[in-house]
Design a protein around this ligand. Structure first.
Ligand code: P6P
Length: 323
């Protein structure tokens, strides 16, 4: 079995990548192993429930949101290759080591509303090259295609790390000794699917193209798509995207009429972009319903975006309806 460290050494050498990139992955993995220990303890570690604080998103923070965020910051700050970091739980970026060559952006614990009911949650991270010059918010505002790498850790029945450095996608499973061991290489997202993921309770708020699309799926073999579809909604994006990476599907969180000023619920920089890079590397597609997600030029660190990602045929079908 190949450990994460062995994989990183080989993969970086084979693809002429900077060794510093491997060091960054080692740091992220180290922090996520610590987060995993907390997640697995739940009530036994006294880490369930609300923190009693809110974040820049205006959301109530769970205790584990705050703990996971701090664990990532504490570990990443010790890595000389990391110049700065940004987190869903931090108002602005955090300067780290001025000679570092990478920026790390993350959602420390996505799906945290699921923690107290023991449903899978995850850590999502994006790795950018630090541009020349002084560190500022602008340093982070790079299109998703610019990412040097990205990945996520899914704290599910297994704890799994999935990563890409734009030379394929690789899956690691945490073993009993707390080491990530490679368990899969280059999973591919099937071009077609019969499974969709969306929060149907928002149906009356969607704009017409999304209503039309979902109606067609629900019509099944009696409708224009000519086949029956199944539905899943875990309310934990990392779990949804991992399922799609493993067996196909399409995940949607579209902008809706409730707040036209809000282009969607999910965040571009540390949710949509890192997961889009992985899916695209695996043959999937990702869009904000009209444009490839990875081509969006970010305007702010916490900007939200409409999200459609997964099996290419469905993403393209949805884009057609929105044009
Ligand atoms: P809703 C979790 O809070 C999250 O950010 C994603 O992980 C998930 O897909 C979505 O929001 C769930 O949203 O509105 O169904 O609770």
């Amino acid at each position: 079995m190949t450990t994460l460290s062995q994989f990183l050494t080989e993969h970086i050498q084979q693809n002429n990548l900077p060794t510093a990139l491997g060091d960054v992955f080692e740091s992220v993995a180290k922090a996520c192993v610590q987060i995993n220990r907390q997640v697995r303890q739940g009530a036994l570690a006294g880490i369930l429930g609300e923190a009693g604080t809110g974040n820049v998103q205006g959301e109530d923070q769970k205790k584990l949101d705050v703990i996971a965020n701090q664990q990532l910051i504490d570990v990443l700050k010790t890595n000389a290759d990391i110049a700065g970091l940004a987190s869903e739980e931090e108002d602005t970026f955090v300067a780290c080591n001025e000679n570092g060559s990478y920026l790390v952006l993350f959602d420390p614990l996505d799906g945290s509303s699921n923690i107290d009911v023991n449903i899978s949650v995850g850590t999502i991270f994006s790795i950018l090259n630090k541009p020349e010059g002084a560190l500022s918010e602008q340093s982070f505002l790079q299109a998703g295609r610019n990412q040097a790498a990205s990945g996520y850790v899914l704290y599910g029945p297994q704890t799994q790390l999935v990563l890409t450095m734009k030379h394929g996608v690789f899956v690691f499973t945490l073993d009993a000794d707390g080491n990530f061991v490679q368990t899969q290489a280059n999973p591919t997202v099937p071009e077609q699917t019969k499974e969709f993921a969306i929060n149907m309770s928002n149906q009356r708020h969607w704009f017409k193209p999304m209503q039309q699309y979902i109606e067609a799926l629900l019509a099944g073999e009696t409708g224009v798509r000519g086949k029956n579809y199944n539905m899943r909604w875990v309310a934990s994006m990392v779990a949804e995207i991992h399922r799609i990476l493993m067996r196909g599907g399409v995940f949607m969180y579209p902008q809706d009429a409730r707040d036209p000023a809000k282009p969607g619920k999910l965040r571009l920089m540390y949710e949509a972009n890192p997961l889009s890079l992985i899916l695209e590397q695996a043959g999937g597609a990702s869009s904000n319903t009209v444009k490839n997600m990875l081509d969006i030029q970010p305007e702010s660190l916490h900007q939200r975006v409409s999200v459609v990602m997964g099996s290419r045929e469905e993403v393209e079908y949805i884009e057609q309806l929105h044009r």
